[in-house]
Design a binder for this molecule. Structure first.
Ligand SMILES: NC(=O)c1ccc[n+]([C@@H]2O[C@H](COP(=O)([O-])OP(=O)(O)OC[C@H]3O[C@@H](n4cnc5c(N)ncnc54)[C@H](O)[C@@H]3O)[C@@H](O)[C@H]2O)c1
Length: 328
């Protein structure tokens, strides 16, 4: 299915951000007509530097996906939508409840309603999060595990998921929900610690700073490198087997948090580690050990992760060595 995307109109909401811009590069390589809508809100990860190599090959609309008067036209002509525009911090979501609702739930409903009216055959892929599971009962989490989100971010992502599944069931819109674990890699903003601790710690280590680990750092996480995520998303969008489905995207392996930090310090060759007690507001939303079951993803797409955590950290470090000034 190499040419599946050739000449297809691919709309990426939030396409100037970390995941969206990486998809945009791959879509250009596949010969798709790429359109990005992104409002470049400085609080989030949108960054024109992310698409500098493909800027003359794609259409970029700097606008708010919630209020753009171009949205109907964009949706009418789209064959595939990657709906990624979001506020991504689960910690921040507790301080900006209504904005989080708007970005992480209402924007999805708005797009689905417009698709129902104007373009019901359009394929839509939505980036949800492992955060919808909340505190898990057993570390290996499959898609049918209970969802008990601990943050408004998780609740609003779950709400979007339900809209997408309902619009598939009731109106036949080909939707897919992706529950992504802990992504990291080049093009991710590292202005603060709220998006990716891997990226943030690489930044701290590069500056020779102390990296603080809450508690004993033994909690398990499933870190996934951006190229592996995008490979999975591209395969998911081109198969009808994923329509109407919720699919986990993770690396399939889990790593102790403290081991991830040790790898960062070793690969960067700088920085140090200190263990400190959990701050109360973080402990409240701590999900415990997690490793997502990716057997559904593999069965549907034949996808396999290609990057170990060590390789991914090395690639990320190499990217920031040259480009860090654009991400801080
Ligand atoms: N980074 C993570 O840890 C993670 C984990 C799981 C799922 N996800 C999901 O993946 C998606 C992409 O995340 P990312 O890591 O690339 O984040 P990012 O911040 O790099 O990208 C999000 C993009 O959305 C844009 N955006 C925000 N509000 C907008 C609006 N109203 N109108 C138009 N554009 C708007 C931002 O400018 C930014 O470019 C999000 O839906 C996020 O919830 C991210």
């Amino acid at each position: 299915m190499i040419n599946y995307y050739k000449n297809k109109n691919v709309l990426i909401t939030g396409g100037l951000g970390f995941i969206g811009s990486t998809i945009a590069h791959r879509m250009v390589d596949c010969g798709a007509n790429v359109i990005i809508i992104d409002n470049l809100n400085p609080l989030y990860g949108g960054n024109l530097f992310n698409i500098k190599d493909i800027a003359n090959k794609i259409e970029i609309i700097i606008d708010d996906v919630l209020h753009s008067n171009k949205l109907i036209d964009l949706l009418k002509k789209a064959n595939i939508i990657f709906h990624l525009a979001a506020q991504v911090s689960y910690i921040d979501s507790l301080n900006i409840p209504e904005m989080d609702l708007d970005l992480n739930a209402r924007s999805t409903l708005n797009i689905l309603e417009l698709l129902r009216r104007y373009n019901p055959k359009c394929r839509i892929i939505f980036s949800s999060s492992r955060m919808v599971y909340g505190k898990v009962e057993k570390p290996l989490v499959s898609e049918d595990c209970p969802t008990n989100p601990l943050s408004l971010y998780g609740i609003h992502k779950l709400t979007s998921e339900k809209y997408l599944l309902m619009y598939y069931k009731d109106f036949g819109i080909p939707t897919t929900v992706l529950r992504i674990t802990n992504p990291y890699g080049p093009r991710q903003q590292i202005k603060h610690s709220k998006y990716s601790l891997v990226g943030w710690f690489i930044r701290l280590a590069m500056k020779g700073e102390v990296i603080k680990i809450y508690g004993d750092g033994k909690q398990l996480r499933d870190y996934i490198f951006i190229n592996d995520i995008v490979n999975a998303m591209i395969r998911i969008a081109e198969t009808s087997l994923s329509v109407g489905e919720v699919i986990n995207i993770g690396s399939g392996t889990s790593t102790k948090f403290c081991d991830m930090v040790k790898s960062v310090v070793r690969i960067v060759g700088n920085g140090s580690i200190e263990f400190i007690p959990w701050p109360a507001d973080y402990e409240k939303v701590e999900t415990g050990d997690i490793r997502v079951d990716i057997s559904k993803l593999k069965a549907i797409t034949n996808w396999q992760p290609e990057y170990s955590l060590e390789n991914g950290i090395l690639k990320t470090f190499e990217y920031y060595k040259t480009n860090i000034k654009h991400y801080i």
